[in-house]
Design a protein around this ligand. Structure first.
Ligand SMILES: Nc1ncnc2c1ncn2[C@@H]1O[C@H](COP(=O)(O)OP(=O)(O)OP(=O)(O)O)[C@@H](O)[C@H]1O
Length: 273
């Protein structure tokens, strides 16, 4: 757990609700306290619709909490979180720009001269294993290659915090493992604070320092906070065979199972609001 002075992200009594078309409000997330330490990799796991993305959006400054506050490195967030880079399930590549231009654009918008931005983009493409792909267009890439470009696109701006929302969700199982290894390799270089949303418990254990479990919504709460003490560096495929991995998986799944069932029951019937 981070100490008081080293929080990258701190959600303090944050609740989030949404206006519905019928005039009522839907209380998605009940007041939640959550801290992510600087250099800490935290995975957020919970049943479908429990509010994982909502919480991430609050940390990104994209959603204003109904109550409570969001602090980023000790400062109250009142706008977009400019210290964070955001990687979604769907990539944000512009089809009319080359891969290299897609990676360089974040720096160019921030005022970096085009030549320097392009050089840095090429460096990042090499780091994500796509050094020879800079002149291609995104639609010429596989799903995994597009994810690599997405990672380069975010990391080139050197954010202090990474907010990742099921970033490898659409990929096949083998490519997910490879992307997990790549993410850990890049993360280990400077250990940015990470909030990583996933519904995949195996992925969460393999990647994270800590796993936060959310209850089924509405008014979702944090119901578990599990440290992952498996040593690093980790091999995302191999670590799953470690008996400690399996023991932790069982322990967390015991906390999660009922919530997963509750989530299906909640969405099967009448509206919750
Ligand atoms: N703009 C919105 N208006 C109304 N309700 C919303 C809105 N956005 C999200 N919700 C509701 O808030 C709850 C939490 O949604 P959220 O997308 O955060 O869940 P999640 O845990 O990320 O789900 P999943 O794992 O399925 O992606 C859901 O019940 C969803 O229907």
């Amino acid at each position: 757990m981070p100490n008081e002075n080293s929080h990258a992200v701190r959600l303090h009594g944050v609740s989030i609700d949404f206006a519905l078309a019928n005039g009522k409000r839907f209380e998605a997330v009940a007041p939640v306290d959550l801290s992510v330490g600087d250099h800490e990799f935290v995975a957020i796991v919970g049943p479908t619709g429990c509010g994982k993305s909502t919480l991430l959006n609050a940390a990104a400054g994209l959603l204003k909490p109904a109550s409570g506050s969001v602090e980023i490195f000790g400062e109250r967030l009142s706008d977009i979180n400019r210290k964070a880079g955001y990687l979604f399930q769907q990539d944000a590549l512009m089809p009319w720009k080359t891969v290299s231009d897609n990676v360089a654009i974040g720096l160019e918008i921030a005022g970096t001269p085009t030549r320097v931005a392009r050089e840095k983009a090429q460096e990042w493409l090499v780091r994500v294993g796509l050094g020879a792909f800079g002149d291609r267009f995104p639609q010429m890439l596989s799903g995994g290659q597009r994810k690599r470009v997405g990672l380069a696109q975010v990391l080139i701006r050197d954010p202090k915090i990474l907010l990742m929302d099921e970033p490898f969700g659409p990929l096949d199982a083998q490519t997910r493992l490879i992307m997990g290894d790549l993410l850990l390799k890049l993360w280990s270089e400077d250990r940015k604070a990470v909030m990583f949303v996933t519904h995949d418990l195996d992925e969460a254990i393999a990647l994270a320092d800590r796993i936060i479990i959310m209850s089924a919504g509405p008014r979702s709460r944090i119901i578990g906070d599990f440290p992952v003490t498996l040593e690093r560096p980790r091999d995302v495929g191999e670590i799953r065979h470690d008996p400690r991995f399996n023991a932790l998986h069982r322990e967390i799944w015991d906390a999660l199972r009922d919530q997963v069932m509750a989530a299906y029951q909640n969405t099967a019937g009448a509206p919750a609001a």
